[in-house]
Ligand binder design. Structure first.
Ligand SMILES: [Zn+2]
Length: 430
């Protein structure tokens, strides 16, 4: 065999031996905020989801990371790391050293690299690998992370309209089918908004799910029209679930239990509240301190406060009832609408369960598998997109069974055949 051809053949064989027949297909990811695992039950009324599932897989539920809040889980989904490892540990964070605040992504300081650079999200890794990523309303797509931004970012706005969603679907399918983008990511907030305002079992949430289903029908039609069934993988997933809360009945008013002047900083309200007591007052404030359960994977986060309060399911922690986060449910006067749903609680609480569905050529069809975890999705997305995953906390064994394996084996067998033929041609005597 000539040495030049050996050089070609050797890496090919090494690739086969290492089992890394790397696939690369375009990926469309949907992040559906606050979509609880059971919202997709009753598929008879959801033809859009039903059609996707006919061509794909779902799971019983997906366990969100603790705290079961949005930003921590957005980042766990896109990095495959636990919160204490990517450091996005709350919707509201405070850095004690710089005194900077992260206020659910809306204040200018929220865009500082310090909050985002703790881990590298998939869209940054893909861009670094010369892939193009287009993102629509995805919180944080406007932020430069480790020096990189996605090729396109339609910046987040509060509660985009259904028209915004269907426009994003059309745009995403266009750029993916034309090869302008390798990955597109769409964020949808309405299910979470309605869940907070009216509660998870409300007609308003059901209406929002039916509305989302219409967008999924648009998606399925678009995939068929553009002949993408055998080319495009679609992933739908949520960041956490939602539980009913009973305002005024189940409120823990902090100022009834501790002297608030002993606290130098308080961040967030609800199921998880972060407190920084004055150094001299820590003992007085925390008279019943417990350790976090190990399974929270939370304590090591660099913005975690010395004292974190975690409420039992259904309870809401606030400084006092006057300072509860009311929402404005009429056009005049101050906000006075009560919230009827919330999330953030222990991630083993059933109502906090998130959902997952994937459809496309790399997935099995019409399959419902056992539970997975939020951190597991990253490896799955990397595999289908053809990106080498960075070190992460996901379990490959929990998600491997969701893949059809058909493409991988076809590609690998093709390469084996090619190698054998090449070998035969190059062997003296043939
Ligand atoms: Zn929410």
């Amino acid at each position: 065999m000539s040495s030049a051809l050996s050089c070609l053949l050797l890496p090919l064989l090494m690739l086969l031996w290492s089992g890394q027949c790397v696939m690369s297909r375009p990926l469309l990811a949907f992040l559906i905020d606050g979509f609880r695992a059971d919202y997709m039950d009753g598929l008879d009324a959801l033809p859009g989801f039903r059609e996707l599932l006919r061509r794909g897989v779902t799971v019983d539920y997906m366990t969100a990371d603790f705290p079961t809040l949005s930003y921590p889980n957005y980042y766990s989904l896109m990095t495959g790391r636990r919160c204490e490892s990517h450091h996005m540990t709350g919707n509201y964070m405070w850095d004690e050293h710089s005194k900077k605040e992260f206020l659910i992504g809306i204040n200018p300081d929220s865009r500082l690299p310090m909050w985002w650079d703790g881990a590298e999200p998939l869209w940054v890794t893909a861009q670094k690998a010369s892939m193009k990523v287009h993102m629509y309303y995805w919180p944080g797509c406007e932020v430069e992370i480790r020096g990189v931004r996605p090729a396109f970012c339609e910046e987040y706005v509060y509660n985009p309209s259904l028209q915004n969603l269907t426009d994003s679907i059309h745009k995403a399918l266009n750029v993916l089918s034309s090869g302008q983008a390798h990955m597109a990511a769409v964020y949808w907030e309405k299910i979470d908004v309605e869940g907070h305002h009216f509660g998870p079992d409300s007609p308003e949430v059901r209406r929002a799910v039916l509305e989302l289903d219409k967008a999924m029908q648009v998606l399925s039609r678009g995939i068929t029209e553009k002949n993408l069934e055998e080319k495009l993988n679609v992933l739908l997933f949520s960041d956490h679930g939602m539980t009913k809360i009973q305002w005024m009945d189940k409120v823990i008013e902090l100022d009834k239990h501790i002297n608030m002047s002993d606290i130098s900083k308080m961040m967030d309200r609800g199921p998880v509240v972060s407190l920084w007591p004055l150094a001299s007052k820590h003992q007085q404030v925390s008279h019943a301190e417990h350790q976090y359960p190990e399974r929270f994977f939370y304590r090591g986060g660099k913005f975690v406060s010395p004292l974190t309060l975690v409420a039992e399911p259904g309870w809401f922690i606030a400084e006092n009832k006057r300072l509860l986060p009311f929402w404005k449910n009429d056009s005049s006067g101050p906000a006075r609408g009560w919230q009827h749903g919330w999330h953030g609680y222990d991630n083993e609480f059933l109502d906090m369960r998130a959902f997952f569905l994937a459809a496309g050529p790399d997935f099995k069809q019409n399959v419902r598998a056992g539970p997975i975890q939020t951190v597991d999705l990253y490896n799955l997305m990397c595999r289908t997109l053809g990106v080498e995953p960075l070190p992460n906390n996901g379990s490959w064994s929990r998600v491997e069974c969701l893949l059809s394996g058909a493409r991988e084996s076809t590609l690998c067998y093709g390469m084996v055949l090619f190698s054998v033929l090449l070998e035969l041609l190059l062997t003296p005597g043939h």
